[in-house]
Design a protein. Structure first.
Length: 522
């Protein structure tokens, strides 16, 4: 129980800071009331007394300070009420969509003797947490100490549901669900609400204050006056609360962990190992498989099913998922959903919007995995080959565009035009390609040129040598010749681009029966 007492002590410290801030805001007003009351009762600076002028000056000064203080306090309070704490995008999962998952969570909460989460949501990430339910507005009455906060929402990382077994998921969620006890504690909940309001108002600038009733111009003036002051006050409050807030959350985590220690503790160790594996597979699937599709305006509809395929392939290649075969006999956690495919599609759409943003076409087109080689791999190669052909035409003499052949491309590289081509492609890429900073690092013009030359070689291989586009769950688009994945293309392409030595690439093309003089279909 030491962790419980420590958490409450730090929550009380935060609330004391809030109380001191309120008292500081009210103190000038209280002093002004005393001085005004003394004036009317004749006890302080009565008219005609020798010190009346001095007391009048003090009264006006204190009243002015009190008015300014109340104005700033009202602006800050208004901003804190208006501020919306950031919420992680997630797909809500109703009880009807996953009755068995809710039953598992309810049983877990009952065993831990904590309130059950009010709802469940899925996020396209490898993490799980509790997220407080936003309060309804307007508030009809003031909150009292006896009010119990609503139970938070349990947000679960969607890859866990598809990769983990049901027992592993239960063990993994035990300490998370145990955290609902702290969320139900009135003092801890009040401290967290105060801290979230401070954070949100500082991040969104919601502390600019209300518009004055005399009109828009006056309202803007009021906000200009109070805004910088309330920003500074908010920062000071956050600074005063920072240590207590950190210790509060640390104690709450220790409290939840201690509560969950007796629930599936041995299985939780195995589940934690699967968390790292799921993260590795999910990251690789997004960056190497999903991103090429997103760039073309297509979003794979079943990313979570894809991560299972990726992790299965990873365990086969690198043997990182020891014991995976024995796990297959256990029930997968996604079986706790009524319609896993529908839920997967919703989470996959959210992943595209969250990690990539809006597509260039303006709307997403759903993509099935079976269509990936033709609609993403081949289409992506053709698009990059067309961009490379445009760059080649830009470097050609006026009114003399050439055919899209490897002969022309290799000749340009051998003549030392690699730098100019790289610059042209990089400029074109900035104009036409949507950035995905969350998923890939900044690429140089040379990297872009290597990618485009590889794409044109693959197109030529498909058009003239019977090659086909393919999908590798870990590496994304691949070239298959005779049913065999060709991994030996990268080095000769790099030599041709970086050193102008096209001999190794010509030898590779000759061995693969690729015709250099045949125009590539763009």
């Amino acid at each position: 129980m030491a962790a419980v007492d420590t958490a409450r002590a730090h929550a009380q410290a935060v609330l004391r800071i809030r109380g001191l801030a309120r008292a500081a805001a009210a103190l000038p007003a209280a002093a002004a009331v005393v001085l005004l009351a003394g004036r009317f009762t004749g006890r302080i600076g009565a008219p005609g007394s020798p010190d009346a002028a001095g007391w009048d000056l003090a009264r006006w000064t204190v009243c002015a300070v009190a008015a300014l203080t109340l104005l700033v306090a009202a602006a800050a309070a208004h901003g804190y009420r208006r501020a919306e704490p950031p919420r992680t995008p997630a797909v809500p999962l109703g009880r009807a969509q996953a009755p068995e998952l809710y039953r598992l969570i309810d049983d877990l909460a009952e065993r831990l003797e904590v309130p059950a989460p009010s709802a469940v949501a899925l996020t396209p990430d490898c993490d799980s947490w509790l997220e407080d339910v936003p309060e309804a507005r307007p508030r009809r009455r003031a909150r009292t100490a006896d009010d119990e906060p609503p139970a938070p929402v349990l947000v679960i990382g969607s890859p866990f549901l598809w990769w983990m077994r049901a027992g592993e998921l239960r063990a993994l969620l035990a300490p998370v669900v145990a955290g609902t006890a702290a969320a139900a504690d009135p003092e801890i909940a009040a401290a967290r609400r105060f801290l979230r309001a401070l954070d949100a108002s500082l991040d969104t600038g919601a502390d600019l204050g209300p518009a004055a009733p005399t009109g828009r111009t006056t309202g803007r003036t009021t906000r200009r006056i109070t805004g910088p002051i309330t920003q500074r006050i908010t920062r000071r409050l956050l600074g005063a609360c920072r240590e207590h807030a950190a210790e509060l959350e640390r104690s709450v985590a220790g409290w939840a962990s201690e509560q969950a220690r007796g629930v599936d503790y041995g299985l939780r160790i195995a589940a934690q190992e699967q968390v790292g594996l799921a993260y590795a597979g999910w990251d690789r699937l997004l960056t190497r498989v999903a991103l090429p599709a997103w760039r073309l305006g297509r979003h794979p509809a079943h990313l979570n099913a894809g991560v299972v395929a990726a992790l299965t392939e990873l365990s086969r290649r690198d043997r990182l998922a020891d014991g995976y075969g024995s796990r297959l006999g256990d029930r997968p956690a996604c079986d706790l959903l009524e319609e896993p495919g529908t839920v997967d599609a919703a989470v996959s759409r959210l992943a595209a919007e969250l990690f990539f943003g809006a597509p260039a076409s303006g709307s997403w087109r759903e993509l099935e995995w079976a269509d990936y080689p033709a609609e993403v791999v081949d289409a992506g190669w053709r698009a990059r080959a067309a961009a490379l052909q445009s760059a080649l035409d830009l470097l050609a003499p006026q009114a003399r565009p050439g055919a899209p052949t490897l002969t022309r491309l290799l000749g340009r590289l051998a003549d030392g035009d690699g730098e100019r081509l790289a610059a042209a492609l990089a400029a074109q890429s900035v104009r036409t390609t949507a950035p995905a900073p969350l998923l890939e690092p900044v690429r140089t013009g040379r990297d872009v040129l290597v990618d485009h030359v590889t794409a044109m070689v693959c197109c030529a291989a498909v058009d003239t040598a019977g090659a086909v586009p393919g999908l590798d769950w870990l590496d994304g688009p691949v070239l298959l010749i005779g049913g065999v994945r060709r991994t030996d293309l990268a080095e000769p392409v790099a030599q041709a681009v970086e050193q102008g030595q096209d001999g190794p690439l010509r030898a590779w093309l000759d061995a693969a029966d690729v015709r250099l003089e045949k125009p590539v279909r763009l």
